[in-house]
Design a protein around this ligand. Structure first.
Ligand code: HEC
Length: 159
């Protein structure tokens, strides 16, 4: 009796596995973000965060690493290495000292790249995609979640 049961189950198991694979192959992976976040004092919608996460995985993680630590598979070929976006200490920016960059600073780096330094230019990307990337970069470092007294104005730093 037991044996018969054991013979049926593997068949059933294989069936379920096939179903699972079929579903897995069709289904989109679940979105990374389930709610909006306040980053640098500005609320970013869940859709924008998820769009940014997807683009980052496609275009940026190879160098900057999935967690933003600058340790992507392509990073070892680069000197200087890709910025550790998780640490949140940016250098290509208009703000003083160790202050975080403005959105305009980040957009400029993305659009123009950093010629000769290994950071490609993404000027061909749609504006809304670049903005989603800027929003997503901010989720990588806890620095952007600190309360700010003077939320960034979109125009700040573009002078
Ligand atoms: C081919 C590797 C590579 C890819 C792909 C890449 N980067 Fe970079 N990125 C770098 C390197 C190298 C630097 C550091 C240059 C420096 O220190 O001067 C950098 C710097 C940056 C900076 C500037 C940080 C600062 O210090 O101000 C930002 C922001 C950035 N990358 C975001 C991105 C985003 C977003 C993407 C995806 C659209 C991306 N990068 C794709 C290599 C890469």
């Amino acid at each position: 009796m037991r044996r018969r049961g054991a013979r049926i189950c593997p068949g059933l198991g294989a069936g379920l596995l096939a179903l699972g694979l079929a579903l897995g192959a069709c289904a989109e992976p679940p979105p990374r973000f389930t709610e909006a976040m306040v980053l640098g004092g500005v609320e970013v919608s869940v859709d924008e965060l998820n769009a940014g996460a997807k683009l980052y995985g496609l275009h940026c993680a190879s160098c900057h690493g999935f967690e933003g630590k600058g340790d992507g598979p392509a990073a070892r070929h680069l000197n200087p290495g890709p910025r550790d976006l998780k640490a949140g200490d940016f250098v290509h920016k208009s703000t003083p000292g160790d202050a975080l960059p403005t959105d305009a600073d980040l957009l400029r780096v993305l659009r123009e790249g950093l010629p000769g330094r290994g950071m490609p230019a993404w000027g061909g990307m749609r504006d809304e995609d670049l903005r989603a990337l800027v929003a997503y970069i901010k989720t990588l470092s806890p620095r952007w979640r600190e309360p700010v007294s003077d939320p960034q104005r979109p125009s700040a730093g573009s002078e």
